[in-house]
Design a protein around this ligand. Sequence first.
Ligand code: F6P
Length: 326
Amino acid sequence: MANIKCVGLLTSGGDAPGMNAAIRAVTRASIYNDLEVKGIYRGYKGLITGEILPFKTNNVSNIIQQGGTILKTARCVEFREPEGRRTAYETLQKEGIDALVVIGGDGSLTGARIFAQEYNIPVVGLPGTIDNDLYGTDTTIGYDTALNTIMQAVDKIRDTASSHERLFFIEVMGRDAGFLALNGALASGAEAAIIPEIWTEVDQLEELIKNGFRKTKNSSIVLVAESEITGGAIGMAERVKKEYPQYDVRVTILGHIQRGGSPTASDRILASRMGAAAIDALMEDQRNVMMGVQDDTIVYVPFSKAVKKDKPINRDLLNTLRILSI
Ligand code: F6P
């Protein structure tokens, strides 16, 4: 068994609903296993500035249902430099923290990976991001809640779209991944999803228009993944206005509403399981791994795989969307 006495815990990058449930799980699983636990504030920034507090079980009471992160979060530029990481390591030593749990997305776990390579400290990660773009896990903490938020927003937009017989392009987050757009489209009965993963293969907009996507309906909803590649919802709308002026087009960008709100049951359960598993992993002497879930089983995914590989989209879902939008 690993010789760990004190675990440091931080959330980093874009917040995601369920991060608090994960903080609660890591804290309580640590205490259950007789480990000390310290909360590091504002992501990696807190390691540089020393904003760190000891956590007891009651520090994490009544937070499982809250969105955001009680530890705050940041995208820390200093930690990208060797000098910043040295300061961070010195802080860990000063605080007596001998293992680190990082909850965050692609950028945060990339930072964790580099740090763990440079310094001899066990680091494990939890996938906390609405984007669902981490390889080796079926889903990430926050993704299900964001999907539900998108679905509810699209349901509302549909009312006005159909009253006015309009074509709506609704932009959703995801950075360079189309999971939110694709599954959000399926969940809300949208006509199509425009996603970066297949952008170079087909002109998705042209295909949509050619297939006569409003054959049987007067209004249409298309979800567009934010991305420089697709040009986002504004890019789509501009093209339609120019190339197909017969359509009455509107754009909605859902934005940060997708990152907030009380986590769904699925996200709370996922975060709780992954948080407890992170402490198991440390006790089993694991390091440099992210907690993942595959077929409802917790797995350890090496950081090198989780952040380096492009997670593939399920192309069957695109086909299903096409079939159901007739
Ligand atoms: O990674 C999560 C995410 O919400 C992305 O979907 C989005 O591109 C980005 O963060 C937005 O970041 P910020 O809140 O810093 O603008």
